[in-house]
Ligand binder design. Structure first.
Ligand code: ADP
Ligand code: MG
Length: 495
């Protein structure tokens, strides 16, 4: 919806809002069969690395299985295919957005005045741009997230697009296999045809290997930038091990930002050197939230890497292109046309956007403020942050808007129409949970992975590579898997 068509009324609850999606197999399961399959499936998950390190009983020496949905959740086939098919267009769009200095600068000019974190990222961008681009290419490992919008049954709407640390490609690939296993185990082999293949892990790793080859030094390594403590270790290690499997020449090393700050240097040609290794490719699994930067040292590390010859996923401009502010500006009428020349592509991308509004000090911003005060539950209020747990929902939207409506702070936020996905019913299996879980109402969010490699002039690698499904209890605002309300899942396609 464009800003010229600001809606004034709350949509009526339609039939679809209360109807459940059909389940893949008849549920509930008899209690004895349920207990048996839950026990087996937990072991399947642990033994195939659908696992994480525990936040409550952390040890580097042990894993818990990651929360998962016992039986794959229904997802409309047509919408699944739509999300797959649009990914190369989104890859191209994000690549072009990232390379438009004028656009990024204009989009973020108000935000960076009040949002210190985005401001610091932007300063790095300005610095490296003014010094001249060093790396030969940019590698985008993207994940575009969607929910089916049940007010318009025939549609998916984009929640956001991630350009940094797009996670779960590794575990999701294994969860897809798990769902094949569990359907067979429950006597439904005939239904396997409705589980789409998922090669996300291989696809993402191919992107990194392509970039590594482009760098052109067979002794150079791939560097994963990691958090100080890694909970989502299996997902990251799957990438590392897959890279070695696909190209035995490629070594992966892992360092946090502090270690880069302490020990990395630039060589004569701006090669990034750490602990004796030259770095060909940097894959960021950290660096997307302020807490990852403890002091100036970590910021210096980020700048050093940006200055280097290493091919980064993401480069700083890709990181900025993934901000929620950019997503909101792209949804303004006429903006997509600057990046996509084919009108039918523009139309397809516009179709996945839901209402996105700026809170700038102008007429449109004032209208958005009023809408949010009048009907807060229709919206989600989002700051320029990644990683979950930062958005504001429900009646708190009104409170937050009232608190900041006269302050510059509001320009760092965007207002987004809340998407209402259809409900499904199923079992969630969690570490420490019951041996026989209860059926719960759930909603799902689909993520599609894309890989893009190119420079300011052209794109030479552009692929959709796989998917992940995250499902949460329907009453939760957010479904972070590690946070406890979300669970890994995979789509069971229905017509
Ligand atoms: P983050 O960068 O923190 O992942 P997201 O924009 O993905 O931020 O929001 C986090 C979660 O909040 C999403 O995974 C989704 O569950 C929920 N969410 C975000 N935007 C919407 C929306 N417009 N409608 C419904 N739920 C949303
Ligand atoms: Mg998200």
């Amino acid at each position: 919806m464009s800003v010229n068509q600001l809606p004034s009324k709350k949509p009526k609850m339609s039939e679809e809002n209360v109807k459940h999606l059909p389940s893949a197999i008849p549920l509930p399961l008899p209690e004895a069969e349920l207990a048996d399959v839950v026990e087996k499936s937990k072991d399947w998950a642990l033994m195939h690395g659908a696992a994480m390190r525990s936040k409550t009983t952390f040890s580097e020496d042990s894993l818990n299985f990651a929360p998962f949905v016992l039986v794959p959740t229904a997802f409309p086939r047509k919408q699944f295919l739509k999300s797959i098919e649009i990914q190369p267009i989104l890859n191209e769009l994000m690549h072009k957005v990232a390379h438009s200095r004028e656009f990024l600068t204009e989009c973020l000019q108000e935000t960076i005045k009040v949002d210190d974190f985005t401001g610091r990222l932007f300063n790095i961008y300005e610095t490296v741009f003014n010094e001249g681009v060093t790396q030969r290419a940019c590698l985008g490992l993207l994940r575009s997230d969607y929910m089916v919008h049940s007010a318009a049954t025939d549609n998916i709407k984009q929640v956001e697009i991630n350009t940094i640390a797009s996670s779960f490609g590794g575990i999701a690939t294994h969860i897809s296999e798990y769902n094949r296993y569990v359907l067979q185990e429950l006597g439904h082999s005939d239904k396997l045809k409705n589980l789409p293949d998922n090669n996300a892990l291989e696809g993402l790793c191919s992107g990194m290997i392509e970039a590594w080859k482009l760098y052109g030094n067979s002794n150079a390594v791939v560097l994963f930038i990691i958090e100080d403590v890694t909970y989502n270790i299996c997902d990251q290690r799957f990438h590392e091990f897959k890279i070695r499997e696909m190209d035995p020449q490629v070594k992966v090393i892992r360092r946090n930002l502090t270690e880069i700050g302490d020990r990395a240097t630039l060589g004569a040609k701006k090669e990034l050197i750490i602990d004796g290794f030259e770095v060909a490719v940097i894959y960021f699994r950290a660096g997307y939230e302020p807490g990852h930067y403890h002091s100036e040292k970590e910021w210096d590390a980020r700048l050093l890497m940006e200055r280097s010859l290493a091919i980064k996923s993401p480069t700083i401009h890709y990181h900025l292109a993934g901000t929620k502010k950019v997503q909101q500006v792209l949804a303004r009428p006429g903006v997509l046309e600057n990046f996509l020349s084919d009108p039918s592509q523009v139309e397809r991308v516009r179709n996945i956007f839901t209402g996105l509004y700026s809170l700038d000090f102008d007429e449109v911003g004032e209208q958005a403020i009023q809408m949010a005060i009048d009907d807060p539950e229709r919206f989600v209020l989002k700051p320029q942050r990644e990683g979950g747990g930062n958005n504001v929902y429900g009646l708190e939207v009104r409170e937050a808007i009232k608190r900041m409506k006269d302050s510059e702070e509001r320009t760092a936020w965007i207002l987004m129409e809340r998407i209402h996905p259809p409900l499904s019913r199923g079992y969630m299996v969690r570490p420490g949970g019951s041996k026989v879980p209860e059926m719960v109402d759930m909603v799902s969010e689909l993520g599609i992975f894309g890989v893009v490699l190119g420079d300011g002039e052209s794109i030479w690698y552009n692929k959709q590579v796989g998917h992940m499904l995250r499902t949460k209890v329907s009453t939760a605002d957010e479904g972070g898997v590690a946070a406890g309300l979300g669970a890994l899942d995979s789509p069971y396609l229905i017509d």
